[in-house]
Design a protein around this ligand. Structure first.
Ligand SMILES: [Zn+2]
Length: 334
């Protein structure tokens, strides 16, 4: 019995399976918490559910409404400052960017006395009407204007009033700090443009903020950014921070399905194999896994890595990389 096996239940696939009688491990369904289905809609073997974090809201709503797998939750449009990222990017699909004018501190104090109104409320309501489960804001000081604190606060207030979490893209000096101080629920990328100090990381973790990993894109593109992100994530993890597996699929070329380089980088940040699996089975942005696990489970065929290989990132990534989404009824507990 391998140590990795201990993370799930030993099972045999039923004789109706395509590889009859095969034995392996059953895990809960796996989620990629950061994708862009409009930019990459190819197959995703092993992934039971995805969270789209930036798309044309009508287009992503119709993709999410299809039958079958992967299940989908989505943010709808990128909410950003007037003239802000990613409005000028050629990859941004038509209708995927919603620019907000700064409401300014006076309007913010006005807001405390009146119902939330105006363009911020309108932008949040629009995503909600399409069925969004999360509101995405963009704070990228490296590429144009950024939402001021008052407008960001108004977005957060409008989302909270609608019962939705807020997820922020934070890039450039001070942007992670802005998002943490404002109390956003999730950073959609591990901070990768600067090292955060321990106090700020501790504040994020103790506030219950979650960070979506997206380390493999930096390992691929920019070793310095990868190093910064892994350092930040390692300290976020030791502070008790909640880590969510996510790849930013649609951002350049990535392996389809389970991205081995993401798992390897998570383990380099100190996550154990069990913590990696936790980060992949977290039901965010929903509070419970019912949206993911209706009728399916993850089957990972033998051979699992041995007890001495459970701390070996490459061995764990290779093992998880063979995972498949299967109907739960096909699996017989051993
Ligand atoms: Zn993204």
């Amino acid at each position: 019995m391998s140590a990795v096996r201990g993370l799930g239940k030993p099972v045999r696939r039923s004789l109706n399976g395509d590889r009859p009688g095969e034995t392996g491990t059953m895990l809960p369904p796996l989620v990629d918490h950061h994708v862009h289905v409009q930019l990459d809609a190819g197959p995703a073997p092993g992934i039971a559910a995805v969270v789209d974090l930036g798309a044309n809201p009508g287009a992503v709503a119709s993709l999410a409404g299809r039958d079958g797998w992967p299940r989908m939750r989505f943010a709808g449009a990128f909410l950003t400052a007037r003239g802000g990222y990613p409005g000028d990017r050629p990859w941004a699909p038509a209708g995927s960017v919603r620019e907000l004018d700064a409401i300014g501190p006076d309007a913010a104090s006005e807001r405390r006395h009146h119902a939330l109104a105006g363009p911020v409320q309108g932008a949040v309501d629009e995503q909600l009407r399409f069925g969004a489960s999360v509101v995405k804001v963009v704070l990228n000081s490296a590429a144009g204007p950024v939402l001021d604190r008052a407008t960001l606060d108004a977005v957060i207030a409008a989302a909270r009033a609608a019962g939705l979490p807020v997820a922020a893209h934070a890039e450039g000096d001070g942007m992670a700090e802005l998002a943490i101080r404002a109390g956003v629920d999730v950073l959609v990328h591990t901070p990768f443009t600067e090292l955060l100090d321990d106090t700020l990381i501790g504040r994020a973790a103790s506030a219950g903020q979650a960070w979506i990993s997206t380390l493999a894109i930096h390992v691929r593109d920019d070793p310095r950014a990868a190093e910064l992100a892994i350092d930040n994530l390692a300290r976020f993890r030791t502070s008790g921070g909640r880590v969510l597996y996510g790849t930013d699929r649609g951002n350049g070329e990535l392996a389809h399905g389970i991205v081995g380089a993401e798992i390897v980088a998570l383990m380099r940040a100190g996550l154990t194999a069990a913590e990696v699996i936790e980060s992949m089975t977290d039901p965010w942005p929903e509070p419970t896994p019912a949206w993911v696990d209706a009728g399916v489970a993850t089957f990972v065929p033998d051979p699992a890595p041995g007890a001495d290989a459970v701390g070996d990132p490459e061995a764990v990534a290779a093992w998880l990389g063979a995972a498949r989404v299967v109907p739960t009824e096909e699996l017989e507990l051993l």
